[in-house]
Design a protein around this ligand. Structure first.
Ligand code: FAD
Length: 465
């Protein structure tokens, strides 16, 4: 019997060390040196003699960069992503702390849902909890990857792929500072160029079908600002707050993270016409009016570093390469180039780490990558994409401006989801179960077990939650 999606999800997201290195190809080329590209390069270092990452930005240091414009915004690493980082780079979490990631040793993160504080305490941490800015985290991954003896990074802009009749055989790119296009041979190419990847255009230009794309128009508006962390202003360590759609509420999300260099990174976000501006006074007013008190305290009394930075994400989107009947050999895609979700669920970087584990699982089977299309890889990736998509888009279907059709069974799932969320505020087992799914540690099927929903219903009927 074929394994269920939940079983496959558990296999891919295992914390166990990967299988032994096994060289299958001479040169792999990874397009894009951000989270997905770096993770793919780590996996490929076990299976290729040489791995070359081609990245558009000259990436050095720990600051934001143009190729990852979202890097200035709050980025939370889900526990499953941290597990994968520790799996692929043993000791990653401790190393990040040594390099400057804060290790406050605290477990009192605060979660507010619809202005109610969650009463279930966080469990004692088993390892440092990595709370950092996005550029810092990426710099830690980059350092570990570029320390590998067979991985190098070249700066330049990928322009197209080189195709034979049945396979991709290389990459065309313009090296930084050059004007001419250079061709480089590859046995396997990884597209990790993010959500605006042009891979579909390149496939079509060369007579291959495009991967079908699904979009959900979330119209999300982010605004983040850095502050000097100051206990006399607030004792906030980690705060997440969410106003869910329904009941006349305006859906909003906020977050305060205590990040490296003794700073707070604070986010306020809304949807559609609810758009925070870059104006510091408007930001402070919004923090005070619509978010728990520490948001207003920090905005009004904290020392802001730089200004308020806004970011708009129009949609969640996925490209289903697994459904293509024709796909050239020698080509895979990973990370946001495959699927990019509503960022409020924090699934993107973790998905990138799990796609790397999908690549490893496929390469461990010893395929001839130069002749075999990577369908088994994309089938595994689909399991991860479906799980993340299910969690984020089911919740987003409740947003007032989303008018696209609701799938069959949506009302029941929404009812059960609201019930679980409410119970999770007070009931520890429900909270742990729900968190394990939103943290991508378990497949969403873990919430569909009758006992889980019945427990929440019983507590609700007894008036305990
Ligand atoms: C506002 C916002 C907040 C987010 N918050 C979170 C969060 O809390 N937690 C989380 O896990 N995720 C979050 N995400 C998602 C996360 O940013 C992405 O999922 C993640 O960055 C995907 O990594 P990637 O490597 O696939 O793509 P990207 O990070 O987008 O990187 C693509 C890379 O490709 C390079 N590139 C592009 N084109 C070319 C080319 N032609 N040639 C060479 N190089 C090229 C770029 O320079 C870049 O380095 C958030 C996203 C947004 C928009």
């Amino acid at each position: 019997m074929a394994p269920s999606a939940a079983q496959q999800f558990a296999e891919i997201s295992t914390p166990e060390p990967p299988g032994p290195p096994r060289i299958l190809m001479r040169q792999a080329v990874v397009l894009g040196g951000s989270m997905a590209g770096l993770m793919a390069a780590r996996v490929l270092s076990d299976h290729a003699e040489q791995v070359l990452i081609i990245e558009r930005d000259p990436t050095e240091g720990t600051g934001p960069r143009p190729g990852v414009p979202q890097g200035t915004q709050v980025h939370a690493l889900l526990p499953a992503g941290q597990t994968q980082l520790d799996r692929w780079f043993p000791g990653f979490s401790e190393g990040a702390v040594e390099a400057g990631a804060p290790d406050y040793g605290r477990t009192d993160g605060r979660v507010y849902i619809n202005n109610r504080l969650r009463e279930v305490p966080d469990p004692p941490p088993q390892r440092p909890i990595l709370i950092t800015t996005r550029p810092f985290l990426e710099s830690q991954v980059r350092r570990r990857v570029l320390d590998l003896p067979n991985v190098t990074m070249a700066f330049g802009r990928a322009e197209n792929l080189v195709f034979t009749e049945s396979a991709v055989r290389g990459v065309r790119y313009v090296p930084e500072g050059a004007e001419e296009v250079t061709e480089i041979a590859a046995d396997l190419v990884v597209d990790a160029m993010g959500r605006s990847s042009r891979l579909n255009d390149w496939l079509e230009e060369h007579g291959w079908p495009r991967a079908p794309m699904q979009r959900m128009p979330i119209k999300l508006n982010y605004a983040s600002a850095l502050f000097e962390r100051d206990e006399s202003v607030s004792d906030a360590w980690v705060v997440i707050t969410q106003e869910t759609p329904g009941g006349g509420r305006v859906p909003r999300i906020g977050g305060v993270l205590s990040v490296e260099d003794n700073r707070w990174l604070m986010l306020v976000a809304g949807y559609d016409e609810d758009r925070p501006s870059r104006d510091a006074a408007e930001y402070a007013q919004r923090c005070r009016a619509y978010f728990p008190s520490m948001f207003g305290d920090i905005a009004e009394h904290g020392r802001m570093i730089g200004g308020v930075i806004t970011y708009h994400q129009a949609d969640s989107r996925r490209r289903d390469f697994d459904t293509l009947e024709r796909l050239p050999a020698g080509l895979v895609a990973a990370g946001d180039a495959v699927a990019s979700f509503n960022p409020v669920y924090g699934q993107g970087m973790t998905s990138a780490t799990l796609h790397a584990s999908c690549l490893s699982a496929w390469l461990q089977t010893g395929p001839d990558v130069t002749t075999t299309p990577a369908k088994p890889y994309f089938d595994r990736v689909r399991v991860i994409v479906d799980a993340a998509w299910q969690v984020s888009t089911f919740a987003d279907l409740g947003l007032p401006h989303i008018t696209s059709g609701q799938p069959r069974g949506y009302r029941v799932i929404r009812w059960a989801g609201d019930l679980l969320l409410r119970a999770s505020m007070k009931d520890e087992p429900t909270c742990r179960r729900l968190n394990s799914v939103t943290a991508m540690e378990q497949h969403p099927a873990a919430l569909a077990k009758p006992g889980v929903v019945l427990r929440a219903l019983r507590l609700r009927l007894l008036g305990r939650v």
